[in-house]
Design a protein around this ligand. Structure first.
Ligand code: ATP
Ligand code: MG
Length: 572
């Protein structure tokens, strides 16, 4: 392919809305263009990379014996009612009506459609196990679409679904997909790490996310260097060192006029935030509950939702707070309340704490949790932070940032129950199939590769997913000899299944070098009249500073050998 015949414009300046490197480079290198917030067009070079990633995904899915299908993106809303997710997905799902006023959804994911499909197609244990997948556009009305392709409203996902006869068989399918994911990200040149994850609204038994470590990542990853435990911060657990109960004087009231927040209390009473109990009132499926955690910690709503097994969880409104505590927000405390109280594990045996008095402008001190409150249950309720103890080995853990590129879930029978997706076993009994679901954000993966692999000059593509393996810079496009050498090289390289992009523009060499670095094809070959006078062609790897001069007649062989080595590295 030749630049002069390609719809490709590189940009000198960063797009204004781009906060992270990969977003800037995606646009500057001419790979994609923005239509509106969260909506992007793939340009010719970007689309080539997208196709290469999809091909790797497809290859590994097929090797794992998953079968490719393609389901509609437009889905009747009744399916979502049957699974109970019409409500839980909330405004994140794009909904619309057809001309007969039937409510439809643009699929954010396909558990409902696939379970309905397979409930009709599978009758007997002889048809199991069965895993299907598709590579398809998904729609999500994200609250904050940003970071380019990372969090888009419309994006491409590979989603796979496994159906098995038993929990044990489902574990095998899960493992097969997990292993395929490890290979996929490896082949894309990505350093992606599996971490334990929350199962969220999708439900199910357990799950792992594949995280690309990057400072710009939106997810926190809790990491234990000692034993290898790694989990999404949404899900991560911690162990609390045992505490001895201490003697505690009787409760005393303190006046705190207009002092409502922990920060205000810290400066007003001159003590640490850990000396306070943070009291939070929530509505769990419309029932008020009180949550207490140490004043220096943040509640993990995902954990709370799991503990309460609530479908819907929201912070209580002012009226509820008043009716539960008898005071306005800011003065709530757990002492003397008659609704259920859930306390963080770290408050077990805790004494000498300060909390709201359930009375305007007052707090109380010397609170002894065991003595003074009626806790329903102690649970792990807070967001794990650096320095917390590992739930496996008790060592201190760290926090890293990551981009979620893939997610595998063991779902169990949540959807097959709702859709009565049953099969007959060898004894003729009718049983629900056991499901797993597995997603890769194909478009997000593309950008994650850029985020992980770039320098100040541009992208450094791994050869497996580069728009082109090789870019040839023709420094003198009006020189016949140069053109002949370039054409000859192109033919020889493409005959070896290597894709070649030729910069044949009438531009200064400096411009071509800059653009080659920005676009980041892994091998750069420079052919110019001056070099040819010495019978020499320059070869350079994008990832290295060094370039080598080779005689014209040896150039193709050297390039092919280098490219083969690079491919081997991606596949190992
Ligand atoms: P996130 O937590 O980032 O919102 P998710 O957990 O909701 O993602 P899944 O439902 O697990 O996403 O979807 C599978 C994969 O699809 C994710 O691992 C991610 O790579 C990709 N993905 C999800 N949402 C988006 C989005 N808005 N834009 C691009 N890719 C996305
Ligand atoms: Mg996910």
């Amino acid at each position: 392919m030749r630049w002069s015949r390609t719809l490709l414009n590189t940009l000198r300046d960063n797009p204004q809305d781009a906060e992270i490197n990969s977003h800037k480079l995606l646009i500057r290198a001419g790979l994609a263009r923005k239509l509106a917030g969260g909506l992007y067009t793939f340009m010719p070079l970007g689309l080539r990379t997208l196709h290469k990633i999809s091909a790797i995904v497809r290859d590994e899915m097929n090797k794992a014996e998953a079968q490719e299908i393609l389901m509609p993106a437009l889905q009747p809303s009744e399916l979502w009612e049957r699974s109970g997710r019409l409500e839980t997905m909330g405004p994140g799902m794009f909904k619309l009506k057809d001309r007969a006023e039937r409510l439809m959804a643009l699929g954010p994911t396909h558990e409902e459609v696939v379970t309905e499909l397979l409930s009709n197609e599978i009758n007997s244990y002889r048809q199991l196990p069965c895993t299907v997948y598709q590579i398809q556009t998904k729609f999500r009305d994200e609250i904050r679409p940003r970071f380019g392709l990372m969090r888009a409203k419309e994006f491409i996902m590979k989603d796979a679904y496994s159906f098995d006869a038993s929990m044990d068989d489902a574990d095998k399918s899960y493992k097969a997909m997990y292993n395929a994911y490890v290979r996929i990200f490896n082949r894309c040149g990505l350093d992606a790490r599996p971490v334990e994850a929350d199962t969220g609204d999708i439900g199910g038994q357990w799950s792992h996310e594949f995280m690309v470590l990057a400072d710009s990542g939106e997810d926190g990853i809790v990491d234990c260097a000692a034993c290898g435990y790694a989990a999404n911060q949404e899900k991560a657990e911690r162990i609390i060192p045992e505490k001895e109960a201490q003697l505690c004087p009787a409760i005393e009231e303190i006046e705190t006029p207009g002092i409502k927040t922990i920060d205000q209390l810290v400066s007003f009473l001159k003590c640490k935030s850990s000396a306070f109990i943070k009291t939070l009132i929530y509505l769990a499926d419309d029932q008020p509950v009180v949550i207490i955690i140490p004043g220096n910690r943040a509640l993990n709503e995902h954990k709370l939702k799991r503990v309460l097994q609530a479908k819907k969880l929201e912070m209580a409104d002012d009226a509820t707070i008043l009716s539960v505590t008898g005071a306005t927000a800011g003065f709530a405390g757990p002492v003397g309340l008659s609704v259920k109280i859930f306390a963080d594990n770290s408050l077990k045996n805790a004494t000498n704490l300060i909390t709201g008095a359930n009375k305007a402008d007052s707090h109380i001190k010397n609170v002894d949790i065991e003595r003074d409150t009626d806790v329903t249950a102690y649970e792990d309720l807070v967001i794990v932070t650096a320095g917390d103890c590992c739930p496996r080995c008790r060592e201190r853990m760290q926090i890293k940032r990551g981009i979620e590129v893939g997610h595998v879930f063991k779902l169990g029978t949540k959807y097959t129950e709702a859709f009565e997706a049953k099969y007959l076993n060898d004894k003729g009994e009718s049983l629900e199939m056991v499901m797993g679901c597995y997603g890769i954000g194909v478009t997000r993966t593309l950008q994650a590769v850029i985020e992980q692999s770039n320098d100040k000059d541009g992208i450094i593509w791994p050869i497996s997913v580069a728009p082109f393996a090789i870019t040839i810079l023709n420094l003198d496009p009006s020189d016949d000899q140069v053109n002949n050498v370039v054409d000859g090289l192109e033919k020889e390289l493409t005959d070896h299944n290597l894709d070649v992009f030729i910069d044949d523009r009438n531009e200064r060499p400096g411009v071509k070098f800059k653009d080659a670095d920005l676009i980041g094809c892994p091998l750069r070959v420079v052919v110019g009249a001056r070099g040819l006078k010495n019978n020499s062609i320059e070869i350079k790897q994008r990832s290295s500073k060094k370039n080598t001069q080779v005689p014209v007649e040896e150039a193709a062989k050297s390039i092919i050998q280098l490219a083969e080595e690079m491919f081997q590295r991606c596949n190992s």
